[in-house]
Design a protein around this ligand. Structure first.
Ligand code: CMC
Length: 390
């Protein structure tokens, strides 16, 4: 009851209290559980950061080994899941397939759905971390028409990503350590970002007491859109288009500024960061390092830098505080690692998974009420139902 405040896009509404991620958009600060993103990206590893985000504290060395081993217990995926996967056309977008398969996990793991006690919650965390990685890579194998791979419990989590994607019948993939380091860093940088669109979707769906997999599946769908995680694919497609049309970055800058043209400079702007996105800074440096170390000379990197330089001094972008975001340079790294463009948003999803799990867990533990915004009705007043005269 009372006055309803209208806030489209929830630009000024806090939907919950959270202890997970601190973000200051004016100062460009991002911290997980109090630790700075710069320090974590430099010194930590993805599974350690996942544990930190989900359980609140950094694990001891033994606890981390235990966590990794517990994930390994759940790395098999039901054979029936393959039948579901098989029903999709090869041309299906991997994000759509991933969302469907994540939801399907519900049927095969009924105990993890609501995670009623601490043990069930812990198992549900490990199960989700294990199975989501496997099915995420299966969406790629399926799109290629290749046989599916299984998680190799003798190697690490991030190594497994490359192995699951690219393993040949002749043996393990044995990725270059530079590649593994870069991926590890990228996953850390994507691991949580407070109440972004997909995370608030996970919380909203979970608030009705829908299960963990159903909530995460909804998060995957939300992430897919080009204004959110889908931007990383859109950035690369944009850079490729600029490259193919002769590298005329100015033309695309003009399109982005034209209010009669729906085109936006993908990978630019952010709802919260109005100074710079600290993740973009780290990723830009990593892109340079990876391309140098792997000896990749990608003309698209040069175009990205040209666009960024132009935008940083352009009145339109400066006055609106539009800076490169996390998605601007990540695709250039993925491309150098041989990841196909339509898998980029799946990479984001793998990185964001611990954040989604942690936020779902926190929402349940805080016994938050069902999410149910109000509206301001702008339709017809009461109308009389007309008799249909034949
Ligand atoms: N290119 C051109 N103009 C832009 C852009 C852009 N990328 N982003 C914002 N603007 C303009 C917008 O037209 C508006 O102008 P005006 O005030 O004249 O109407 C002004 O800047 C404010 O934009 P907004 O749409 O009101 O801001 P928002 O907070 O609702 O949207 C955003 C944020 C990220 C959706 C938007 O900046 C955007 O569409 N960026 C491109 C897509 C993208 O890179 N998304 C990834 C976001 S970061 C990671 C993630 O979430 O996955």
């Amino acid at each position: 009851s009372g006055v309803i405040t209208l806030d489209p896009g929830y630009k000024n509404s806090g939907a919950c209290k959270s202890e997970i991620t601190f973000l200051d958009g004016e100062l460009g600060i991002l911290r997980y559980r109090g630790y700075s993103i710069e320090e974590l990206a430099e010194k930590s590893h993805f599974l350690e950061v996942s544990y930190l985000i989900i359980f609140g504290e950094l694990p001891s060395a033994e606890r981390l080994v235990q966590f990794e081993n517990d994930i390994r217990k759940f790395t098999l995926v039901s054979e029936e899941m393959k039948i579901i996967l098989d029903g999709f056309p090869r041309t299906a977008h991997p994000m759509g397939v991933l969302s469907a398969l994540t939801s399907a996990l519900t049927a095969f793991n009924p105990k993890s759905v609501n995670a009623e006690n601490e043990k069930e919650m812990y198992d549900a965390v490990c199960k989700t971390m294990a199975k989501f990685l496997v099915i995420a890579t299966w969406t790629y194998r399926k799109s290629m028409g290749y046989p599916l791979n299984y998680y190799d419990n003798t190697i690490g989590y991030v190594e497994n990503f490359m192995d699951l994607m690219f393993k040949l019948p002749t043996g393990p993939y044995a990725a270059n350590p530079v590649v593994i380091d870069a991926l590890d860093k990228l996953f850390i940088l994507h691991a949580d970002h407070e109440q972004n669109c997909s995370t608030s979707t996970v919380r909203m769906v979970g608030s009705s007491h829908a299960g963990l997999f159903a909530s995460i599946s909804a998060g995957v769908s939300a992430l897919w859109g080009p204004l959110h995680g889908g931007a990383n694919q859109a950035v690369l497609e944009m850079l490729e288009e600029i490259h193919k049309s002769g590298g005329d970055a100015d033309k695309y800058m003009a399109k982005a500024k034209d209010k009669n043209d729906p085109f936006r400079l993908m990978g630019f702007g952010h709802r919260v960061y109005k100074n710079f996105d600290p993740r973009a800074r780290i990723i830009k440096k990593a892109a340079d390092e990876v391309l140098n170390t792997l000896g990749v000379d990608d003309p698209i990197l040069a175009i990205a830098k040209k666009l960024e330089e132009a935008a940083l001094v352009d009145e339109y972008f400066v006055s609106r505080k539009l800076y490169p975001n996390v998605d601007f340079y990540s695709g250039i790294i993925y491309r150098a690692l041989g990841i196909p463009t339509d898998m980029f948003t799946v990479m984001f999803a793998i990185g964001r998974l611990p954040g989604w799990i942690a936020q779902w867990k926190e929402m349940r533990e805080n016994k938050e009420p069902i999410g149910r915004p109000r509206q301001i009705y702008t339709g017809h007043p009461l109308r009389e139902y007309p008799k249909i005269v034949s």
